[in-house]
Design a protein around this ligand. Structure first.
Ligand SMILES: Cc1cc2nc3c(=O)[nH]c(=O)nc-3n(C[C@H](O)[C@H](O)[C@H](O)COP(=O)(O)O)c2cc1C
Length: 144
């Protein structure tokens, strides 16, 4: 049976293709496939816990058709996290809210524009639905 939200997954981060960083949205990638059953593929608002700090995150689970090649991934961009590489970190992600399906963009710049929009939508959702996370001063969640 498909898990319902909120859905929490915990794992160690692995290297990605670094395209996210080139787009200005560095991502933490969890090892895949995980042992457990996942929610449907797509883009979600998530809460991330990394080294004791909480962040609002935008998460993409799926096959990233704009830059295909390889396997499905669980990638998350932690809003306000700016300190570099994610490799080998313990990361807990809680999927909170489904935003949209994954789509194939005509260009990387179109994907980049959509990521900015996803971030705005995520912060708006968190403010309305999880204000304590939006106000957390241990991430930069409230900067929308
Ligand atoms: C919130 C979020 C949403 C994304 N949505 C899509 C999407 O709809 N279609 C797509 O092809 N890639 C999407 N991506 C991009 C890929 O998941 C991935 O970040 C990109 O291919 C770079 O991979 P890398 O981290 O291995 O470099 C999204 C990424 C994030 C963080």
């Amino acid at each position: 049976m498909t898990p319902v939200l909120p859905f929490t997954i915990h794992g160690t981060t692995v290297h990605g293709k670094r395209l996210g960083s080139e787009l200005g949205f560095p991502t933490a990638n969890l090892a895949y496939p995980p042992a457990e059953e996942l929610p449907p593929d797509g883009v979600y608002v998530a809460e991330a816990l990394l080294e004791g700090k909480r962040y609002v995150a935008i998460l993409n689970q799926g096959r990233h058709p704009t830059a295909p090649g390889g396997q499905a991934t669980i990638e998350s961009h932690l809003v306000g996290y700016e300190s570099g590489d994610f490799y080998g970190r313990e990361l807990t992600l809680t999927y909170l809210h489904y935003l949209r399906p994954e789509i194939r963009f005509p260009s990387l710049s179109a994907l980049k524009d959509q990521l900015a929009e996803d971030e705005r939508a995520a912060l708006k959702w968190v403010k309305a639905n999880r204000p304590e996370l939006a106000d957390a001063d241990d991430g930069l969640a409230g900067r929308a």
